[in-house]
Design a protein around this ligand. Structure first.
Ligand code: FEO
Ligand code: CA
Ligand code: CA
Ligand code: CA
Length: 574
């Protein structure tokens, strides 16, 4: 670390004002260029984007997906690398020319293809980032063959459906391993499963994950029996995992790493301590928990001896005590309450029912754990908590908590493998007009922190995700916060400043830097998602809320990656 005497100033840009305009605004001195919007063909000979959304399912499988979310950059050389990004969900009103009132097998197949992950090579040429027609370019969709590893291997009875395992779903945030692979997180997998069978009832395990007869309105079960709970009862067990992808091997199968547990994973933030690999992951739902996985040995030794570091280790869940200390509680079969006598068959059973195992050991319920970031110099760990009802615990102090907050913890001796820590509240988000305890002002106020990264200078980047049912709604606390934004915080002083504001209906996501820190990639996710005070998008008028980024009067809003550069070519944030 640079040392306190010469501490670098971190907020070196003018604040971007709050805005409800349908545009992406970045701080003065910076440029933002749109890259790989939804529908972009990933190869030069691929199917061209059709602005009326009439591309077929087969086209979509060869185009960039929808709902750009978590993202990592893997360098291949100077000004050249692989962007790997998640496509969390599809807005099925915008995905089809005729909307989603009727779902056919072809439309379901297109929605499956709009989900998943994209791997694309990009290069900086004459000052502009461009998609490269590369052998690495690849789509992984909800239909791509995958395999299982760890305590629930592919032959585990709970994973059998009669068909090979395929696909990844609701890929939210992500991580990158020290051996160069991408970790994608399956979040709200329950929403895609439903059935018309009135006799179907969820098991206690399914109920704990929110699997219901009605799902969330995707109606994939109308076009594909995989997603019919009565027809394929074990299919939901194949989701809720962290999935490892090798972006440098386009023929590799994605691997579901079951030792990291089955939850609605928001993120998989990787760090190292004493040679071991540590993965922090949160379960993004009100009242859910924060987890970490610690490999059983040094990851280099494990890899050299054929033991995958993410298949062997201990999964812990966090307990935040009101005195500012905390414990990592092992979710280990035979330990504490997780015994055969209490109905836990083995470690695979503990992992399949991770939420119930965490309930049993007494984890602390949190206000929607989202992204987790490790400060590269102090090793402090930060988690965004998006919003919630509040709980009678000090780590979630506001009841209710519409604005969210950021909690910080420090592992004992700064060792990420430790089983105890100290924690505090780093920041209460919100609008001081509605909550005077919020230490923010016109240049910094925001709600519902979600995306989070700490850059190599120690600058904290925070992305807001106020839901569109609340945003710009005069009935809510969020009325004066405008569109979702990207902010920068100084972890030492707690100062915050708004760096960018997104177009209407979007959230900003996916923070990735090039190694020289002269480009920052972010994602504009779901521009044009319905805003209550504005006309809802419809098949007849898909541009009603937003027409970003194309401004095409016959087009529709599209999620896209954005490359942010300094006008003078300098390091971002300095
Ligand atoms: Fe996918 Fe919790 O955001
Ligand atoms: Ca998120
Ligand atoms: Ca969110
Ligand atoms: Ca989201």
């Amino acid at each position: 670390a640079a040392g306190a005497r010469h501490r670098r100033r971190l907020l070196n840009f003018p604040a971007v004002p709050i805005s409800s305009a349908d545009t992406l605004t970045v701080a003065d001195g910076y440029t933002a260029e749109v890259l790989i919007p939804w529908g972009t063909p990933i190869r030069a000979n691929g199917p061209a984007w059709r602005r009326d959304a009439s591309n077929s399912a087969a086209d979509q499988a060869r185009q960039i997906g929808m709902g750009h979310d978590g993202m990592q950059y893997f360098p291949l050389g100077p000004d050249r690398g692989l962007l790997v990004l998640n496509h969390e969900y599809a807005d099925q009103v915008l995905l089809f020319p005729d909307g989603d009132a009727v779902m056919t097998p072809e439309k379901v197949a297109k929605s499956l293809a709009a989900h998943g992950v994209s791997v694309v090579e990009v290069a900086l040429r004459r000052g502009r980032w461009q998609l490269v027609d590369s052998r690495y370019n690849r789509r992984i969709t909800t239909d791509t063959p995958v395999r299982f590893s760890g305590p629930l291997s592919g032959n585990h009875p709970a994973l059998q459906t009669g068909a090979e395992p395929r696909g990844t779903l609701n890929n939210c945030s992500c991580g990158a391993t020290p051996w160069g692979t991408y970790l994608t997180c399956e979040e709200n997998f329950n929403e895609y499963f439903a059935t018309e069978d009135p006799s179907w009832e969820p098991t206690p395990e399914q109920a704990r994950y929110g699997v219901t007869r009605w799902g969330y309105g995707y109606r994939w079960h109308h076009g594909n029996p995989r997603f019919d709970l009565a027809a394929t009862p074990n299919e939901p067990n194949r989701f809720g995992w962290v999935v490892e992808i090798d972006p440098r091997d386009p023929n590799s199968k994605p691997v579901k790493r079951t030792a990291l547990g089955r939850i609605k994973h928001e993120t998989a933030t990787v760090t190292e301590s004493r040679g071991r690999v540590v993965v922090y992951t949160g379960d993004d739902q009100v009242g859910e928990y924060i987890y970490k996985f610690v490999s059983s040995g040094r990851w280099r030794t494990m890899r050299a001896t054929g033991r995958h570091p993410l298949d062997h280790g201990t999964l812990y869940v966090a307990r935040f005590d009101d005195d500012g200390t905390g414990r990592w509680l092992p979710l280990k079969h035979g330990t504490g309450p997780l015994t055969a006598a209490n109905g836990w068959r083995d470690q695979a059973d503990v992992l399949l029912r991770t939420r119930q195992a965490a309930d049993a050991v007494g984890a602390t319920p949190m206000d929607r754990p989202e992204w987790i970031a490790v400060h590269p110099n102090t090793n402090d760990v930060y988690v965004t908590l998006s919003n919630g009802t509040g709980f009678p615990n000090a780590a979630n102090p506001r009841r209710p908590n519409p604005f969210g907050h950021i909690v910080r913890w420090r592992e004992r001796h700064g060792d990420a493998t430790a089983t105890s820590f100290e924690w505090d509240i780093f920041l209460l988000a919100g609008d001081p007009d509605f909550d005077p305890s919020v230490p923010l002002d016109a240049a910094s106020k925001f709600g519902s922190p979600d995306g989070l990264a700490v850059d190599r200078d120690g600058r904290m980047w925070i992305q807001s995700d106020i839901s569109n049912s609340s945003l710009n709604n005069p009935q809510t606390y969020y009325v004066n916060l405008g569109n979702n934004a990207l902010l920068v915080a100084d972890p030492v002083t707690g100062e915050v400043r708004r760096f960018a504001v997104g177009p209407r209906g979007c959230e900003l996501s996916g923070i990735a830097f090039t190694p020289d820190h002269r480009t920052m990639f972010i994602n504009v996710q779901h521009p044009g998602e319905a805003v209550p005070t504005l006309e809802r998008p419809s098949p007849a008028n898909p541009r009603s809320v937003s027409n970003w980024p194309d401004r095409d009067p016959k087009g529709r809003p599209r999620s896209a990656t954005v490359a942010i550069r300094r006008r003078d070519g300098g390091v971002i944030g300095r």
